[in-house]
Design a protein around this ligand. Sequence first.
Ligand SMILES: [Zn+2]
Ligand SMILES: [Zn+2]
Length: 271
Amino acid sequence: MNDDEKLKENNTLAERVWKIRENIQELENVKEGIMHFLLSRKKLDDVTKNLWVSDVKGLYYNTVSAWEMLNSAAKGNLKFLDKSKNFLHNARSLLAKVVSEVKFFKEELVLNLITEIENSFEKCWSAFYNEFDILTPEIKSTKHIERVIKVSDSEYHLPCSVCGKNSVECKIGYGRFDEHESLVYSGITHSRSLRKDLANNLFKILKKENLSGVHQFMQKYHSIEGLDAYCPDCDKIYCWEHYNAREEYDDGFYDCTMGECPAGHRRMIDD
Ligand SMILES: [Zn+2]
Ligand SMILES: [Zn+2]
């Protein structure tokens, strides 16, 4: 590609990114509509009202931040790409939360509001992902992604089988609220400290790269959802993005997280 062509390509990228602002503008209009709806409901106490209004705002501002990061990434600063994705995924979680909150009102208008906000966010989402796909540096198919990475005798990482991003950590250490050393597990949805004396058992399974064994271990000692980043049908690990993880809410309260792997296997990964 010569310099002229390169310049042209960059321009069209910048133009497309700029154009996403139109989608975000539409999202802003819908956000205003929902805020107006919530603020004018008499059935709702002020504390809840403020919380729910701030969720709608959060949905919008996370999308705006995602755009700012994408704009930087499009100018060549690829480290902003992941940040943009994080903001956009936060926005999608908040969308689920907002929808569950608006549903609290059994009014006819509610269905329209939900359709509007879902459609308008979906437009933003696909416009963003169009650019993410173009900008994401391609993982060379020759590049081998390990199933298990041994960092040390007391720390193991599990990378995403699609992009190689570190998705699970198991190590001896201190969790956020731990007074004593424990076996700290950090997955794609949450972290948890388990009894330290279980570590040897788990590390033996990890050494054998037996992911389904790790999953069973977590089912036994942690929760029935097991290893959150793991798809049992594929016998593979996926990061938050590639497991297409989505939080679900009920009247604004967190319910669970569902994951759907690239092969379409769907399961509850956190409850
Ligand atoms: Zn991934
Ligand atoms: Zn799968």
